[in-house]
Design a protein around this ligand. Structure first.
Ligand SMILES: Cc1ncc(COP(=O)(O)O)c(C=O)c1O
Length: 471
């Protein structure tokens, strides 16, 4: 039967007829249902989707009322030619404006399949437990919760982090070396303000634009260093007169490579020789799907030259705005002094809740659960790409994390993004992560899958195939 296969969520607050109506409307707008095409009868569609006839009829009535379909005698509902739809919807929007309060225009045009990088799976978030931790934190109605708190961060939470980074990343440190921050960018900002961080800072090319912007805004000159398949070109770094480098060794952002063991030693060697600093951003190391877990670079740092950055944004929630720095011992002493006039930027209440969440073992359980879930989703995405796009695309960086890049050969990503959107799918350009515009491979698109519903992965890929290869 006709290719109408909406994903209907009967548990959703959105009425089923509305979900069906929205799906058909978007199919018409995307051109997947062509003008004059006949919609299945109410009876056929209700049997096909196992929905009541009333539900289908109400969806059809809504589409009819809005001018998307018209009824033809003895042959049922047909899609109205697109120019007429544009006219009717424009007219309806005008009359809506006159009669209704303003609505957020984006809400009505949200793509059905959004491969946004940075989103995490909210359906599996342990909301009940987190709420309980927040409420329990509030029971401690002391100055500890309601005041500014320790500028370095809650001491007990830092103790938890000491255990965590040791057990999961092999990093040995004490809580006096740990500093709570409200995200990676704020951590970098503090490093620029409070450390004698050199004027020139090297970064992987491509590298995380979020960090590069902060470094640049603090007046640092950035030296891009090319990448090889196993990470940053250390030889090229050696040729520069820099004393600090920002790297993502466990999962290079955005290309996804892993810094090889040999390169790790070479990079540390460089830092020891020039008495430089390595800023290690370990943003998503919890999610690794192939091979052995790789210890952090910091775990090998016998010469105390690595600053380690961890974040809760991928492993917990971006909204909690919580990350941490682990500084070399001596540096931590001067950093703490310099930090004294600053107030801690993470709410003491949230810190206490996170302490309870970690202390009760919820954090580790959550990570274990999410690792499995993301692994399944990651596998489903790769399988769908291989099955439906085959050799026409190359997947880049597929061993870890919550995103991957696709090289859609011989295509320009501006066109790819536009075409995808016309089919209800949002994919993203990674171009801004390259510092030198002439290095940008314009056929790359970025797909984040953390916030993507499992059931939508394959359908999303099928739509991309339709959009990009007209099949
Ligand atoms: C390379 C990299 N580092 C760190 C982060 C996390 O940043 P934050 O801790 O500010 O949420 C991200 C998130 O997108 C990232 O891509």
């Amino acid at each position: 039967m006709i290719g109408l296969s909406p994903i209907i969520d009967k548990q959703s607050d959105i009425p089923v007829y509305k979900q069906l109506y929205t799906y058909i409307r978007q199919e018409i707008e995307a051109g997947a249902l062509r003008e004059n095409e006949r919609l299945p009868s109410i009876r056929q569609l209700s049997a096909h989707l196992v929905l009541s006839k009333n539900t289908v009829e109400t969806a059809y009535q809504q589409l009819h009322a809005e001018g998307y379909v018209e009824s033809k005698p003895r042959s049922g509902m047909h899609v109205v030619p697109i120019e007429r739809i544009e006219l009717t919807t424009a007219a309806m929007q005008m009359s809506d404006k006159e009669t209704k309060p303003l609505q957020n225009p984006d809400l009505n045009n949200q793509p059905l399949f959004d491969f946004q990088y940075g989103d995490v799976d909210l359906d599996s978030f342990p909301l009940k437990i987190w709420k309980k931790c927040l409420v329990d934190a509030l029971q401690h109605d002391s100055y500890e919760i309601f005041g500014y708190g320790d500028p370095q961060g809650n001491g007990e939470l830092r103790e938890q982090l000491v255990k965590y980074v040791y057990q999961s990343r092999g990093v040995v440190c004490s809580s006096s070396q740990v500093f709570l921050c409200s995200g990676t960018q704020q951590a970098i900002s503090l490093l620029c303000q409070l450390l004698p961080l050199s004027q020139r800072v090297a970064m992987e090319e491509p590298g995380y634009d979020g960090v590069r912007t902060v470094l640049a805004n603090h007046g640092r000159d950035i030296q891009p260093i090319p990448l090889e398949t196993d990470g940053i070109e250390v030889n090229s770094l050696r040729q520069q007169s820099v004393k600090a480098v920002y790297v993502t060794p466990s999962h290079q952002f955005p290309l996804g490579s892993v810094l090889s063991a040999q390169k790790r030693s070479k990079l540390l060697q460089w830092a020891y020789e020039v008495e430089g600093l390595i800023i290690e951003d370990d943003y998503d190391s919890e999610f690794r799907y192939q091979g052995q877990p790789i210890p952090a670079l910091k775990a090998m740092d016998i010469g105390d030259r690595v600053i380690y950055l961890g974040t809760f944004s991928k492993s917990f929630l971006p909204a909690v705005r919580m990350s941490y720095l682990v500084l070399p011992e001596q540096m931590a002493i001067s950093f703490r002094k310099a930090l004294a006039p600053y107030s801690q930027s993470v709410s003491p209440l949230l810190q206490k809740a996170m302490l309870l969440f970690m202390r009760e073992g919820h954090y580790e359980r959550h990570i274990r659960k999410m690792r499995k879930l993301y692994q399944t989703r990651h596998r489903a995405l790769l399988k769908a790409i291989q099955q439906h796009m085959g050799h026409r695309v190359e997947v880049i960086g597929q061993k870890a994390g919550l995103h991957m890049l696709l090289d859609v050969r011989n295509h320009d990503n501006r066109d790819l993004i536009k075409l995808a959107l016309q089919h209800g799918v949002k994919v993203y350009s990674p171009n801004h992560h390259w510092m030198n515009p002439s290095h940008v491979p314009s056929s790359y698109v970025m797909l984040g899958f953390g916030g993507m519903n499992d059931k939508k992965v394959e359908e999303g890929v099928l739509r991309l195939k339709k959009a990009w290869f007209s099949e």
